[in-house]
Every structure is written in structure tokens, then in C-alpha cells.
Design a protein around this ligand. Structure first.
Ligand SMILES: Cc1cc2nc3c(=O)[nH]c(=O)nc-3n(C[C@H](O)[C@H](O)[C@H](O)COP(=O)(O)OP(=O)(O)OC[C@H]3O[C@@H](n4cnc5c(N)ncnc54)[C@H](O)[C@@H]3O)c2cc1C
Length: 444
């Protein structure tokens, strides 16, 4: 788009129904094309950083003021790490990027006609728009289960789950009712994907090692951790041999793995699986994801999970100036299969969209389609086992766990976070301490 056109869009009146404020900070100075990126997760942040040297004004909008390293959320939920270990302020990350402006705002829509992003209290004009708003939990039509079976997506989810888990032990210590004590010490995890497997392994270790000597009336080692998976194996995206390794590792930790049956009921008292009721106070949901509302904002075609169906260059059909990336986009790989919803895919899409925009702004041709490069898949089971699949090589056990640890520390943003995680893990590894056992936000 020409500079004149950009200026015209910036001067369009705000429609009567829209809030009055108009964000002009990103368009101050000589009119450079404005790139608005919604979402500072893996995809959005990668795109913003990749535009550092491009002659554009970047506005990075997020409803939160921090970037979250979701792969380690389960460690916050199971008292292994603190929230600050896995989150970094977006402003601090973008501090040195002169062409970037960070805005904390919840986006609620997009006006494609005027080319403006509609946030809670303002409109943000764009020449190029990157939608990188990720995904949330899906309850397969049973949204009422969310209250009793929280999923793990945000820091608030992780601290709420941590509270639930730790409170269950406290209440079990305090009750005289044997049936209630058993219910309190039953933990059900729904979904045998990486999150479910990681949660199950970590809760089992917390109960059987870290908490083992902390109580007098109960024996936390009596805890039952039950992992329910509707499919025939855990970690279905891994090769069968690694799924089998993962299952054995879980069982060594004392986790009961129930395969081939879905949860058909979920309430305050527990769950029903294959017609059998399992009494449990703590049920954790790790079974499904749905994309953000971004498809609705732009009226785009979406798949069943709500992902925007994008072109081969990640643009939205009919809108070469709008891109959707990461978990909120449905991009197809060379094999015609959807690119998986993982952090490396979101980052690669962010880099790609940024390169394409930079080329367009420079008037250079850019016809190469997006190609996802799969560098491998990792999942951990407790403190000693993991599985790793690189296609050309497979690993399991302790070497895979070491690799998992190194990879996760390497990809954490910020020196302080890396150091904190290394220290926490080392301490926990040798002391079995389960260090961050704080029950916060208790209503007294
Ligand atoms: C518990 C868990 C464990 C995972 N483990 C792994 C793993 O081990 N390896 C791996 O590769 N992947 C893992 N993933 C998946 C990975 O985290 C996602 O694929 C990745 O985060 C997708 O990146 P994204 O940029 O699309 O979205 P996200 O990283 O989710 O970022 C979306 C951003 O958009 C913002 N946003 C959303 N809506 C709005 C709005 N309306 N207004 C403003 N801002 C908004 C959010 O605040 C967020 O910052 C895991 C995910 C979870 C939940």
C-alpha cells in the first residue's frame, strides 16, 4: 500500500458505535507502513522481532503485559516453578526495538473496511495486520465442565490448578471421613497428549516424593493419579514405540493410565469413564483446544477448531494485507496435513509473515509459500524420563529428559528466567522439594 493510502486510512473517522480514542503513536513521524500484530505469544513476538530492521512501524498488541512460555506452565501448576520464571514483560523484550510500540489492550474485532483493529478503548489503524491470538481450551460441547475441570493455558489457570492440588492434600489431612479423604487424594487428568502426560507425571512425583514426609495423618504416597485418554495410546502424535515408553514411564511413577474411553460426565464429585464413576475432587482438563475468536473478527472461513483457513503465504483469502499465524491459523504442510499447533510452528509462521511484509514494503517479489520445518517433538514424564522424536532419530529415558531440559531452558526468554529455572530444577532434582508450594488466593 502507498504512503498516501496509509495516511488516508489513518484519517478516516471513527464510526459512531466505536470508542473515541484512536491510536496514532505507531504512525507518528514520516508515514511508514503500519504493521499491527495482535498477540505477543510465540508467533506474534517472532514476527515483531523479525521486523526490527524493516522500514515499518510495528504495534504489538496483547491483552497481557507479558509473554508466556506455555510449555512450562505445567511446572507452575505442580509447584515446580514460579509464574515469573516462565513469563517476561513484553515491554522489556521489545525495549531495544526502535520501530516497535507495545500496547496492552484486549482486541475485540477488526474493521476490514477502514483497516482498523478494534480494541476495548481504541481503534488502531493498520496497513498490514498479523493475527497471532493463539488458542484456548475446548470441552467438546461441554463448556459447563470448565468450572470443575480447569484447563491449562494461562498463568491464572496454573496457579488455580496449583491451589486445587495443594488444597486437596490439606483438606485430606484435616478430614476424619475416610471416603472423602480418598476422593481428595484422587486426581484425574483428562487427555493423554503432552500436557496431560506432563501433568500426570508431575502430580505423581509431587505426591510420592516431594510431599511424602510433609503430612502426619495422610500418606501422600496413597494418592491415585488417573490419566484418561479416549484414543488407543498416550502421546498420539509420537511414534507408537515412544508412546509405549511414555506409558511405561507413567506407570512406573504410579500413574493409572486408562486408554480407549472418553469422559462422559464431569462434575464436582468426579468423572464418569466407560460407565464407571471415579470420585475425585481434582479433575484437570488437557483434552482439546479451540482457536481464538480471530476468525469471527474478520469473518474468515474456519475449520472445526475455529482456525482461520489461510493461503499458502499465510494471508487471509481475499485480504493480502491480513495474515493469521500460529495456533489461530490453519496452514497446510507440503503433505496437505495441518501444520501442528506447537511453538516452533508459530515462530516460523511469524518469521515468514514478517519477511513477506518486509519484501512487499520494499517492493520486492516474494512468491515462496510458507513451509513448516519440523525439527522434532519432545515430551517429558516426571524428572527422569522423556521421549524425543526427530524423525531421523528417536530417544527416550534420561538422555531425552536432559535434552528436553536443555531445549526448554534455551528457548526461555531472558537471562534471569533461564538462571531461575536452572537453579529451581537443580534444587528440586536433588532435594525432591517441589519448591513453590504456595496456596494463593484462598477465600477465607
Ligand atoms: C500447557 C501447554 C503446554 C504446551 N507445551 C508445548 C511444548 O512443549 N512444545 C511446543 O512446541 N508447544 C507447546 N504448547 C503449544 C504452544 O504453546 C503453542 O503452539 C504456541 O503458544 C502458539 O503460539 P501463538 O503465538 O499462536 O499463540 P500464544 O503463544 O498462545 O499467544 C497468543 C497471544 O495472544 C494474546 N491474545 C489472545 N487473545 C487476545 C485478544 N483478544 N487481544 C489481545 N491479545 C490477545 C494472548 O494473551 C497471547 O499472548 C503448549 C501449550 C500449552 C497450553
Amino acid at each position: 500500500m502507498s504512503n498516501a493510502a496509509s495516511a488516508r486510512i489513518a484519517m478516516l473517522d471513527t464510526p459512531a458505535s466505536a470508542p473515541a480514542t484512536k491510536d496514532t503513536a505507531a504512525s507518528a513521524g514520516p508515514a511508514r507502513p503500519r504493521v499491527v500484530i495482535v498477540g505477543a505469544g510465540f508467533g506474534g513476538l517472532a514476527a515483531a522481532k523479525a521486523l526490527a530492521k524493516a522500514p515499518v512501524e510495528v504495534t504489538l498488541v496483547d491483552r497481557r503485559n507479558y509473554h508466556l512460555f506455555q510449555p512450562l506452565l505445567y511446572q507452575v501448576a505442580t509447584a515446580g516453578l514460579s509464574p515469573a520464571d516462565i513469563a517476561s514483560p513484553i515491554r522489556a523484550i521489545m525495549r531495544d526495538q526502535a520501530n516497535a510500540h507495545v500496547l496492552m489492550a484486549r482486541v475485540e474485532g477488526v474493521d476490514k473496511e477502514t483497516r482498523e483493529v478494534i480494541a476495548s478503548d481504541r481503534r488502531i489503524p493498520y496497513d498490514y495486520l498479523i493475527l497471532a491470538t493463539g488458542a484456548r481450551h475446548a470441552y467438546f460441547g461441554h463448556d459447563e465442565w470448565e468450572g470443575v475441570a480447569p484447563g491449562l493455558k494461562k498463568i491464572e489457570d496454573a496457579t488455580a490448578i496449583r491451589r486445587r492440588i495443594l488444597l486437596a492434600f490439606e483438606l485430606a489431612e484435616g478430614t476424619e471421613d475416610e471416603a472423602e479423604r480418598r476422593r481428595l487424594l484422587n486426581f484425574v487428568i483428562v487427555g493423554g497428549g503432552p500436557t496431560g502426560v506432563e501433568m500426570a507425571g508431575a502430580i505423581a512425583e509431587l505426591a510420592k516424593r516431594a510431599l511424602a514426609k510433609d503430612f502426619r495423618k495422610i500418606d501422600p504416597r496413597q494418592t491415585r493419579v488417573i490419566l484418561v485418554e479416549a484414543g488407543p495410546r498416550v502421546l498420539a502424535t509420537f511414534p507408537e514405540t515412544l508412546s509405549a515408553h511414555a506409558r511405561r514411564s507413567l506407570e512406573r511413577l504410579g500413574v493409572e493410565v486408562m486408554l480407549g474411553n472418553a469422559v462422559t460426565q464431569c462434575d464436582e464429585g468426579g468423572v464418569v469413564v466407560a460407565g464407571t464413576r471415579i470420585e475425585a475432587r481434582t479433575v484437570i482438563w488437557g483434552a482439546g483446544v479451540a482457536a481464538s475468536s480471530a476468525a469471527k473478527w474478520i469473518g474468515a472461513e474456519k475449520d472445526r477448531a475455529g482456525r482461520i483457513k489461510v493461503e499458502a503465504d499465510l494471508s487471509v483469502p481475499g485480504h493480502p494485507e491480513i495474515f493469521a499465524i500460529g495456533d489461530t491459523a490453519l496452514a497446510l504442510g507440503k503433505d496437505g496435513k495441518p501444520v501442528p499447533g506447537v511453538a516452533p510452528a508459530a515462530k516460523q509462521m511469524g518469521w515468514y509473515a514478517a519477511r513477506l511484509i518486509a519484501a512487499k514494503v520494499a517492493g520486492q517479489p516474494f512468491t515462496r509459500p510458507f513451509r513448516y520445518r519440523d525439527y522434532g517433538n519432545l515430551a517429558t514424564i516426571g524428572r527422569k524420563a522423556a521421549v524425543a522424536d526427530f524423525g531421523w532419530a528417536r530417544m527416550h529415558g534420561w538422555p531425552a529428559w536432559l535434552l528436553w531440559g536443555v531445549a526448554h531452558i534455551y528457548f526461555l526468554i531472558g537471562f534471569r528466567n533461564r538462571l531461575a529455572v536452572i537453579l529451581n530444577w537443580t534444587w528440586a532434582y536433588f532435594r525432591f522439594s517441589g519448591g513453590v508450594r504456595l496456596i494463593t488466593d484462598v477465600k477465607n
